[in-house]
Design a protein around this ligand. Sequence first.
Ligand SMILES: Nc1ncnc2c1ncn2[C@@H]1O[C@H](COP(=O)(O)OP(=O)(O)OP(=O)(O)O)[C@@H](O)[C@H]1O
Length: 581
Amino acid sequence: MKTLLRIMIYVRPNAKWVFIAIAIMILATFFDLAAPWILGRIFDEGIEKSDMSVVIGLTLALAGIQALKSLGMFVQGYSQELVGQNVVFKLRKELYGHLQRLSFSYFDRAQTGQLMSRMTGDIEAVKNFVGFGAMNLITGMLTFVGTTIFMMTMQWKVTLISLITIPFILFVLFRFNHRVGPAWSKIREQMGRLTTTLQENISGIRVVKAFATESVEQRKFAERNEQNFETNMDRASLEAKAFPLMNFYGGLTFVLMIWIGAVFVVRDEMSIGTFMAFQWYTWGIIWPLNMLGWQINILQQAIKAAPRVFEVLDTPVDIENPSNGNDSTHMSGHVTFDHVVFHFADQDKEMDKPILDQVSFKVKQGEVIGVLGSTGSGKSSLIGLLSRYYDVTSGSVQIDGIDVRKYELDGLRRSIGIVPQETFLFSATIKENIAYGYPEATQEQIENAAQKAQIHSFIQSMPNGYDTRIGERGVGLSGGQRQRVALARAILMNPPILVLDEATASVDTATESAIHEALLGVMKGRTTFIIAQRLSSIQHADRILVLENGRLIEEGTHRELNEGSGFFRQLFDRQNQFAKQ
Ligand SMILES: Nc1ncnc2c1ncn2[C@@H]1O[C@H](COP(=O)(O)OP(=O)(O)OP(=O)(O)O)[C@@H](O)[C@H]1O
């Protein structure tokens, strides 16, 4: 019930169209009810009394009713669809908007396929109910009640006896409703899993092919496909059992009506016209009940699908944009980490070891900081806190002395140009990809950024230069080229803080050197964090932070750290030894 009420909130803005659809529906139902009555009159007043003018007049009235009904059906069908489509539109818009606001923690756990199936199939199921099921449910109920009333007023005894089968039909319906709900719940969930399998397979097709695991993937998909097939067949068998039984009881109503009606006509307690009208009316009893089976299907599907959509909509946004947040336009880039402790959302804050543990350091505006540490030591997490991808568990991260949680969120993120480890390029031109965060950029600005990222000449050598379209994942570009496009994207934003998260890991040492030479100019006056595994990447760093297991274990200049015997010195020795071999 709660789900239905919540769906209705989305219908409310379309109240005018709902009202029009219902008004036309009531009118159409009334016409439906009047038609058999007119037929009865044709028999009793026209044929029985050999009065052709009555026959012609009433037949014309029937034709008029049919024409009006068809017109009504058109308006009703249109308004129903309009209401349904508006609900889909609003739900999709809200869901998409909410997804944009949800934090990294949510996407760390969410499955893309599940989200896609909620955005498409589940919302569509809600639409089917709103735009079709609900209206037909009301039409059916109106027709059933109206028909019963008409029949009762015309011959109540025959009506009551004929309706004796109705409780049986209702019982079948009740049982069907009870069982089909859980089946739909399973189907919707399975569709989500099936989409996830498909999405992961397509995204990871290169890994699948590299490991020649196509058959394993096929089996995985087949298994899920089979589960979905079986649940659908279970549902179909519920329908197959219920619908013919309802049909049987419906048919029995018809037979009873003919039999009892005939007895009453013979006894002169019912006119032949009423008898004929009852034949017609009986359908007004049977079809709404038969249709009710389908409508229950549509209703149950929507009831099981809607909570999957609402679940996403109800997920709280844990990285909130503060009201009256600080403006970051004139941010200069002093960074302070003050006793920062950080856990991911799925970690137990009491029991689990923090990802970052009591990390404190200060960075002056314009300093170039190298962040070193073995894999998994917390380097990317450290940077994630700066841009508020995640918030600290305790302690604080400050820029220019202001806690990052107090900055207006978009402004804060735009002030920190990040070149992430994994580059994502959109299916658009190279130019659009570089100008992603700054679409108003001029061609000159874009080319300038590309030059600094050492990718300009390569772009120029492409068939359509900057207008060359690249694939969803930047297919057609090598890993290093993709990283350089991402680097150009960050440079173009002209941010006071620049973060290169293993940004040159995929390029050869010569290109890395060239990028770093070019970056010297870019880094000038900007606070820069260079996260790296190899020392060559941080040769221009003013200071180096060394992380291990989430703790800041060393801090200093190249010289200072070289004189020690810690992680940095060991790495230096290891990489030197490797270079000599
Ligand atoms: N969403 C998450 N939930 C729980 N733990 C996570 C999550 N993401 C990362 N971790 C863990 O946090 C730790 C730090 O990860 P992080 O990515 O910051 O390390 P890193 O130093 O950047 O590693 P690398 O050099 O390999 O990129 C790792 O042990 C990782 O397993």
